[in-house]
Design a protein around this ligand. Sequence first.
Ligand code: OOB
Length: 552
Amino acid sequence: MSAADPPGRDLDHTPWPPEFAARYRAAGHWRGQTFGSLLTSLTAAHAGRTAVVGETVSDPWARWTFAELDDRAHRIAAGLVARGIRPGDRVVVQLPNVPEFLAVVFGLWRVGAWPVFALPAHRESELRHFATQAEAVAIVTVGVHERHDHAATARAVADDVSSVQHVLVVDTSEWAGLAATAPRELPDPDPEGVAFLQLSGGSTGLPKLIPRTHDDYLYSVRESARICRLRPGSVYLAALPVAHNYPLSSPGVLGALHAGAASVLAPRPDADTAFRLIERERVTITGVVPPLAAAWVQAAARTTRDLSSLEVLLVGGAKCGRELAARIGPALGCTLQQVFGMAEGLVSYTRLDDPEELVLGTQGRPISLDDEIRVVDEQDRDVPPGETGALLTRGPYTIRGYYRAGAHNATAFTADGFYRTGDLVRRTPSGHIEVVGRAKDQINRGGEKVAAEEVEDHLMAHPAVLAAAVVAVADPYLGERTCAYVVPAEGAAPTGPELRRFVRRRGIAAFKVPDLVEIVPAFPVTGVGKTSKRELRAALSALAAVASDQKG
Ligand code: OOB
C-alpha cells in the first residue's frame, strides 16, 4: 500500500506491496498470464479433448471439447463487446451447473470484464446487494431453474439498480444471437489486475466482495491441480454449485481445465445423481462438504453403481470430523483428501501421500511455502507451537483488502496485511492445520455460510421484533444449523413460523432462513451490556442436553 492509499480507503483492489509482488513474481508464482490466454494455450495443447460435460440449457447432455469451449468463449466475448460491455465492467453471473457457465466466464475474462459470482440459491435481496455494491452493468442468468424464475428476479433487480443495463438470459433467442457473434481479437487484460469478484461468507452484515487477480488465482489453480494430481485423463465431477470457490478452483473445474482434464457438471449433488455420473463418465475425483460425504457414505452401502473409477474424494467447506473421515475411504473405495479453504485466498490440503493420522485428523497444509501462517491470542501475540489460537494469513493468493470496503478492511486485516480468517486452529509439527472452532459471528451450515448479522437485520425489519440474535445450534447432519432468538416488541406476540415466512419473503437464499426460532423475554448481556451470544449458545446446548436425557 502506498502513502496515497491509507487504510480505510474504498479501493476496488488493495494491491500487494511492491516488495511482496516482486517476490511472488521472482518465485514464479505469478506468471503474467490471464485466464483468457490460459484457455487459448490449453486449446492449443488439448483441442480435441473433452473439456466439459453436462446439461446445457438447450441440450440434455452436451460434451464440449477444449476447442468448442474456446470458440464459444470467443464468440460470447465478441457479443458482449458488441453490446457495450467494456474491460473493468462488473457483470453478475448467476448460473447453475451448466457448461455455459464456463463459456460465459471465459468470455467475460477475454473482454476483461469482471464476473461477480452469485450462487443459484441467492435471491433478490442478495442479487440487489451484489449489483449495487459492484455497480454492475449486467446480470447473466437462466430462465426458470429448480422452480425459481431467475430471469424475473434479475429483471426486478435491474429495475431497482440503475447501473444494470442488461439482463442476459442464456436460454433465450437473444442470447443465442449474442453467442453466435463472429469472434474477434480483443486486447488481453492486465494479469495483475482483478479477474473477478468472489463472495465472502460474511460475518458483519451483507457478504463482502473479494477481488481476485488473474495472477494470484491462476497460481492457486495451478498448484491445486498439481497437489490433487490432476492429469489429462482425469475426470472431475463438480457436485457443488460451480460458482463457489471450492468447486471452481480447489482444484475444481479450473484445476481440471488447467491439467487438460474433463469436468462433469452435476445438476444436483445427491448420491443418486452423483453416482450415476461417476459410473457413466468414469469420474476420478470430486469434492463435497461433510454432510454430503456422510450421505454418500450411507448410499454407497446399497448402490449398484460402479464407483471403481473414483480415486479421490475431497471433503471441505466445513469441519470433517475424524469419525466421518475414517469411513470415507472404505465406503467409497477412494482416497480422502481434506481441504480447508476460503474465498479470500488461503487453501490447505492434506497431501495424497500424507500418513493416515494427518489425513484423518487435520485439514491439511497450505498450498504454498509462501503462505505465511500465524496462530495468535486475543492480543495478536503468537501462541506457543501446538496451542489453539486465531488463524491469520497472508501470501501470494490471499487478498489484502475487500472490494470498496475501507472501514471493514481496517479490522479484517492487520496493519501488516495479514487476513483475519476468524478460524480457531492449531498446528502440528508438520505444519498441518487442525480447525478447532470459529471466532467470527457466522454459522457454517454444512459448508453454507450464514452471517448472523445479515439474518438479524431481516428479522429486525418485522414490526413485532424488538431484538434478534442468530446463533449456531449443533446438528448431527449439517454440523450446525441456525437458531434465531427473538425478543418481541411491546404488546406483540410473533410466532416462529410467521417470522420464518417473513424472512423468506424478503428474498434471501433458503439456507439463511432460521431453522429454529426461540421467542424470549430478554437477552442475556455481557459486562458492557452487549447481547451475550456465548450465553445464548450455552442455553441451546443445555436444552439439547435435557432433550437427549429425556430421550435416553
Ligand atoms: C470455502 O470457502 P468459503 O469462503 O465459503 O468459507 C471459508 C470458511 C473458512 O474460513 C472456515 O471457517 C470454513 O469456511 N471452512 C472450514 C473448512 N473449509 C472451510 N472449516 C473447517 N474445516 C474445513 N475443511 O469453504 C472453501 C474454499 C475453497 C476450498 C474449500 C472450501
